[in-house]
Design a protein around this ligand. Structure first.
Ligand code: ADP
Length: 643
């Protein structure tokens, strides 16, 4: 029956099986982990999509609300002016049949349409102007012309005619060099509100002329004119604004350009007004492109009176996106981007204009889907998978090492058992055969019987040494071996051990040559233990040098130590094995290959003994050239000297 130990012994194929198991487990773990994480990602992406769809609905609803609210405000503002500062974004134009007003008032520097203020017809001044024209050619006196305009002024009742006459009178007076009178006329003209002369507001024309006449003395007046132009005091056309603003800046000496935003809004309003449908209806909205920029126009009112808000598409989009973790974009029916950002590779929730009743199609996209980041849970999962993988790899390699060691130990043990049994068998067989022959009385002749007795003694001594060696080694390993130190000469120790070998080597043709120092080499040692160590080294040297039968044993002092060496010219030991051979049950490959008997215990025992003496053992060897084992022991005198 197979013993339990054999059952428990790991089979040889366990290592590859374990390795395969670890690899398969790891692959399975990695696959499951990957699937698991991927699943999580898909769920997260799905959740993010749902969130985006929700956000898109909320944005659309918010925009619809904002649009309705803006429409309500516009309806109210068509009837009554908006409160100051309104609208906050863009510009509001309120128009009726005759007038067009912009809110907030200073947001437009010039208007899209001409002012509706009255102006006296030029025909009223035909005669005066004809006279003025002749005076330039025929030197008719300007005094007459001035009188003509004065008469016209005296008879004029309506402010427009008075303004026309005053403007012309002041002009003639300027030509005559009567600056003070001209300025007085301009001052009167400046005081007439809401009339036009030569197409421009009378007050502006007069104040500009006054500035020109008194530029050197009255810069403040010119600065005030510039400020009034920036405040949009008059309704001017673009050309008028540019001319008078340039003049005011020149005369006041100020180089400040008007604000780019105000200029831009004025320009946008002018272009939008031009593109507006002739009869737009009571309510409506549309996107208009001005110089490549989108503008959103929304209007309310009746045919007679209408409020038009010109603004940017952000007006609706921005507040609707506030507080949402998403980015939005609005696209018009031609696919042009009006506001926001379109992310090309990201998922976006789309709401078409038809679905939402909004003027644009809306795209809402989030950041999470485009660049999925590892969420905390995913990181935890990944961490778990990695920890499990580390455990499998670590555990697998630990078990593999343990099994390998176990296999190695069992191999060494079985090698040892077979080697030792072989060692035992040969002396035992000879003892048994010889003693049988002797017992049966088959040996004739005293001489021959003597040889048999000697052989019996030799073989039993060998057997005893073997048993003692094993017992000694067992004691050493257990740490219970007792050493009895005494001072002895290295030379006498070596000579004693070498002489023990004489009967053994006499027949085999081997020889041991001693090459010791003449000086005394005293050591403190257990003579029996040291003899065992030396015997092992000499025995090995003889065993492993079959072709060169001489073995050299020497001794000497090196520094404070005594060195005893055993040299041979035998098989030698590979460099890679020179450390390992001092381990128990370890045999060299050359020894095993040459089928030399041994247990692998000799050198381990030597190392133990030498270490117990406070010394060390070294080996110098080359494969095929021989080996030298040297035992270094503290010299006895040196020891005394140290104490
Ligand atoms: P073994 O019983 O095998 O001789 P040892 O412990 O005495 O065991 O030696 C261990 C190994 O060291 C040997 O198996 C052999 O390979 C190697 N060895 C020891 N001494 C010598 C030597 N003098 N020459 C070559 N190899 C040696």
């Amino acid at each position: 029956m197979t013993p339990l130990r054999e059952w428990l012994k790991p089979p040889r194929y366990i290592l590859p099986a374990l390795f395969a198991f670890a690899v398969v487990s790891l692959c399975a773990l990695a696959w499951f982990g990957w699937k698991w994480i991927n699943q999580e990602r898909i769920v997260d992406a799905q959740r993010a999509r749902e969130k985006l769809e929700e956000s898109a609905d909320r944005v659309a609803a918010a925009m619809r609300g904002a649009l309705a609210e803006t429409g309500d405000h516009l309806s109210a503002w068509a009837m009554a002016p908006p409160p100051s500062g309104k609208p906050e974004d863009g510009v509001l134009l309120v128009s009726d049949a005759a007038t067009l007003t912009a809110w907030p008032p200073a947001r437009l520097l010039y208007y899209p349409t001409a002012s509706g203020d009255p102006e006296a017809p030029a025909a009223l001044f035909n005669d005066g102007e004809a006279l003025e024209f002749q005076s330039a050619r025929s030197s008719a006196t300007l005094v007459e012309v001035a009188d003509w305009y004065r008469r016209r002024l005296a008879t004029a009742n309506d402010p427009a005619t008075r303004a026309g006459a005053l403007m012309r009178l002041a002009r003639v007076l300027r030509k005559m060099g009567r600056t003070a009178e001209a300025m007085a006329a301009y001052s009167q003209l400046a005081a007439i509100p809401k009339v036009r002369v030569a197409g421009a507001p009378a007050e502006l024309v007069a104040r500009h002329a006054l500035c020109e006449l008194s530029a050197t003395r009255d810069r403040d007046a010119c600065e005030a004119l510039r400020a009034d132009l920036l405040r949009a005091r008059w309704r001017l056309s673009r050309g008028q604004f540019e001319f008078y603003y340039g003049e005011a800046a020149r005369l006041s000496g100020s180089a400040h350009p008007p604000s780019p935003a105000a200029l831009a809004w004025s320009d946008i309003a002018a272009q939008v007004w031009e593109q507006m449908p002739r009869d737009p209806g009571a309510r409506g909205q549309r996107s208009i492109w001005v110089d490549g920029h989108p503008v959103f126009v929304i209007w309310r009112g009746s045919a007679g009176r209408r409020a038009v808000l010109i603004t940017t598409p952000e007006l609706l989009m921005k507040p609707a996106l506030a507080g949402l973790d998403a980015t939005g974009a609005a696209v018009d029916s031609d696919g042009r981007l009006l506001t926001g950002k379109l992310k090309p590779n990201a998922y976006a929730a789309v709401r078409t204009a038809a679905e939402t009743q909004l003027p644009w199609t809306i795209y809402i996209s989030g950041t999470q889907i485009k660049q999925p980041t590892l969420e905390e849970r995913q990181r935890f999962l990944l961490g778990t998978v990695i920890v499990m993988a580390v455990f499998i790899v670590g555990g697998g390699s630990f078990i593999a090492r343990a099994i390998r060691r176990d296999l190695e130990v069992s191999r060494i043990q079985s090698d040892f058992v077979s080697a030792v049994s072989h060692e035992f068998r040969s002396p035992l067989t000879s003892i048994r055969q010889l003693s049988e022959i002797l017992a049966l009385g088959r040996v004739h002749g005293e001489e021959r019987r003597q040889v048999y007795y000697e052989t019996l003694v030799r073989e039993s001594t060998r057997l005893q040494r073997l048993v003692e060696g094993l017992l000694n080694f067992g004691r050493m390993e257990a740490g219970v071996r007792q050493y009895r130190f005494e001072e002895l000469e290295a030379a006498s120790l070596v000579e004693r051990v070498a002489s023990e070998f004489q009967p053994q080597i006499a027949d085999s043709g081997h020889s041991i040559q001693l090459e010791g120092a003449v000086d005394s080499c005293p050591i403190d040692a257990d003579p029996d233990a040291m003899a065992v160590a030396l015997r092992n080294l000499i025995d090995n040297a003889l065993k492993y040098s079959p072709l060169c039968p001489t073995v050299w044993v020497g001794w000497g002092v090196t520094g404070e130590r005594v060195a005893i060496h055993v040299r041979d010219r035998g098989a030698g030991i590979a460099k890679s094995e020179q450390r390992a051979i001092f381990g128990k049950f370890v045999r060299g490959s050359a020894a095993a290959a040459a089928n030399v008997k041994g247990s692998g215990l000799g050198l381990a025992m030597v190392r133990h003994i030498v270490a117990a003496h406070g010394g060390e053992i070294t080996v110098a060897s080359r494969l095929g050239e021989g080996s030298t084992f040297t035992i270094f022991l503290p010299a006895a005198e040196a020891k005394v000297a140290k104490v």
